[in-house]
Design a protein around this ligand. Structure first.
Ligand code: NDP
Length: 286
């Protein structure tokens, strides 16, 4: 068989991207699958996004991730959106379908896969309290309602942002979704099965910050999940563990959103353990 030195290329467009560890995990997955693929971080300014999307096509790239500030702006450069990305209103992954650029959002799907695989919980029929109304919260909230969560209470500091998210979710999914403004310390109710921090509180370097919530009234067995992955053990998760509650860290979501992008790009199932350990090692070094 003749040698083939041509690698396939995927990557991420964002600004900044230097500290984005996704490539380490994807390349571990490619290596484990014996695929000659590369994942590169491209620093792309807002003004250059259109040119970068054309370059993606010109270079024959197999797909791309989008991060801040491109998750919404990229939509005008795409041929179509998945129903979930349309409902969320943001795209973090582009895949190709017969040359057409399709916008997907794997953040909420990654979160859900982690809830099922790592925490052993089926979101169907569950009552959820979701802290936050930013990009991560919109992705998670949309997928939870689509997966059958029976009640979603969005708790956010900014009423405008929270109310907009809830009305968008109601229009897109028709599920039971409510909003409560977050003022002072939020008492987690005993009618909650899954509590999610989807804010950036606790993210490095503010590792001592903790969402102002009171877990004392939470029911035994309530799952506490955090989207913050750096550090994986946030103060919220430490407090939940101390209270005897099961927890799910942000690394789980990060790994599975990457696993799902891998599947979309290559059509193969990756070695999830290889991806997870590469990511853990990279974050421990960083
Ligand atoms: P956004 O900027 O879109 O949203 C931030 C949210 O956090 C808003 O709801 C904001 O409230 C809230 N918030 C921030 N600071 C405070 C504070 N001091 N008090 C109360 N509320 C606060 O960010 P994203 O949604 O994109 O990202 C949120 C987090 O999710 C980040 O830490 C990010 O790293 C993480 N993430 C993790 C992923 C993973 O795979 N694990 C994937 C994607 C994101 P308000 O509206 O009032 O400003």
């Amino acid at each position: 068989m003749p040698a083939n030195y041509q690698a396939e290329l995927v990557g991420v467009f964002g600004q900044p991207v230097a500290e984005n560890p996704t490539g380490v995990m994807q390349e571990a997955g490619f290596a484990a699958a014996g695929l000659n693929w590369r994942y590169l971080n491209f620093e792309v300014s807002a003004e250059k996004l259109g040119a970068a999307m054309q370059a993606m096509e010109a270079l024959g790239m197999r797909g791309i991730n989008l991060t801040i500030p491109h998750k919404v702006a990229v939509i005008e450069h795409l041929d179509d959106l998945s129903p979930e990305a349309r409902a969320i209103g943001a795209v973090n992954t582009v895949r190709l379908d017969n040359g057409r650029k399709i916008g997907e959002n794997t953040d909420g799907k990654g979160f859900l896969r982690g809830v099922r695989a790592d925490a052993g919980m089926d979101p169907d029929g569950k009552r959820v309290v979701l802290l936050g109304a930013g990009g991560a919260a919109r992705a998670i909230g949309t997928e939870l309602v689509l997966a059958g969560a029976s009640d979603l209470l969005v708790v956010n500091r900014s009423a405008k942002r929270g109310e907009t998210m809830v009305s968008d979710l109601l229009a897109a999914t028709g599920g039971r979704v409510r909003f409560k403004q977050w003022e002072g310390t939020y008492p987690v109710p005993e009618t909650c099965d899954l509590f999610v921090n989807a804010t950036s509180i606790g993210l490095y370097p503010d590792v001592d910050a903790m969402p102002a919530v009171d877990l004392s009234g939470a029911p035994d067995g309530m799952l506490v999940a955090d989207v913050v992955f750096n550090p994986p053990e946030t103060r919220l998760l430490a407090a939940a563990r101390k209270r005897g509650l099961p927890t799910l860290d942000g690394l789980s979501m990060l790994v599975y959103q990457g696993v799902i992008a891998f599947e979309m790009w290559t059509g193969q199932s990756p070695d999830e353990a290889a991806m997870k350990s590469a990511l853990r090692a990279a974050l421990a070094e960083g």
